[in-house]
Design a protein around this ligand. Structure first.
Ligand SMILES: Nc1ncnc2c1ncn2[C@@H]1O[C@H](COP(=O)(O)OP(=O)(O)OP(=O)(O)O)[C@@H](O)[C@H]1O
Ligand SMILES: [Mg+2]
Length: 256
């Protein structure tokens, strides 16, 4: 469903140096890696929010960079994106922010009321009370609420693919569990393909069909959770052990 081929990207320094990775249809796939290794940059190349210096990405058989404007439009319609920092529009209320997740051509076929009903439903799915939040501006919401509005915007267009960038960072345990259940449910019931970037290595291993680790600009590991746990690669082991130790310490999640 998603194929990254030899993706390169440098800013001041090289970030991605030839990433090859494939996510299969219907799969739940987690991407791990130390902070600053380019996980968010890689996710952004999927829909050309960041354009690679070299390489290509294919989504559902369409090339994002060689297929022209229409291919990119098709791909963007199929993909929901949960941004690491929620990325809401400050001057739009929640209704309008979530509405932006409905592709324009589909929005044109819906009445204002039908669009609002979709938004209502998406907010309920992420455990927010639409009555309470619809008319609010992002500045009137807590970090965790903003995060969930961002998730509602990603799912409201009923995408085939969901890209989740740290969807549970900064959420309390109740909402972390709810978001994890939601990712699972969307994958299992609606056959949505999920690519999940997460610091929660234990959660990712428990939940996903396959996992990968980005390190030094390349995919250092890709395989099943049991293969990850059994990996003899010292870099993978050190990363996995550190994550397990942090989980054991029950580290307080950072707030967003
Ligand atoms: N738009 C940009 N312009 C310049 N540099 C950027 C840009 N986006 C990312 N970078 C740089 O690319 C590197 C990788 O950033 P990225 O946000 O992908 O890391 P990450 O793996 O997602 O980290 P984290 O786990 O902390 O979210 C960083 O050094 C960052 O400063
Ligand atoms: Mg990131």
């Amino acid at each position: 469903m998603i194929t990254y081929r030899n993706v390169h990207k440098a800013f001041d320094m090289p970030v991605l140096s030839g990433v090859d990775m494939e996510v299969e249809t219907g799969e739940m796939f987690a991407l791990f890696g130390p902070s600053g290794t380019g996980k968010s940059v890689l996710l952004k190349t999927t829909i050309a929010l960041i354009v690679p210096d070299m390489g290509d990405v294919e989504v559902d058989g369409e090339s994002v960079y060689r297929g022209g404007k229409h291919a990119l439009e098709h791909v963007r319609r199929k993909v929901g994106y949960v941004f690491q920092n929620a990325a809401l529009f400050d001057s739009f209320n929640v209704l309008d922010n979530v509405c932006m997740g409905i592709p324009e051509d589909r929005l044109a076929d819906l009445s204002r009321r039908e669009a609002a009903q979709r938004v209502w439903h998406a907010l309920e799915i992420v455990n927010l009370d639409p009555r309470e939040v619809l008319a609010k501006l992002p500045s009137e919401l807590s970090g965790g609420m903003k995060k969930r509005v961002g998730i509602a915007r990603a799912i409201v267009g009923r995408p085939d693919v969901l890209l989740w960038d740290e969807p549970t960072t900064g959420l309390d345990p109740v909402n972390t569990a709810a978001v994890e259940r939601l990712i699972k449910r969307l994958s299992e019931e609606l056959e949505v393909t999920s690519l999940l970037v997460t610091h929660d290595v234990q959660g990712g291993l428990a939940m996903c069909d396959r996992v990968a680790m980005l390190d030094g600009g390349v995919i250092r590991f890709c395989g099943t959770p049991s293969e990850f746990r059994a990996s003899t690669d010292p870099v993978v082991r050190a990363f996995g052990d550190r994550a397990a130790a942090e989980a054991a310490l029950d580290m307080v999640p950072e707030t967003s």
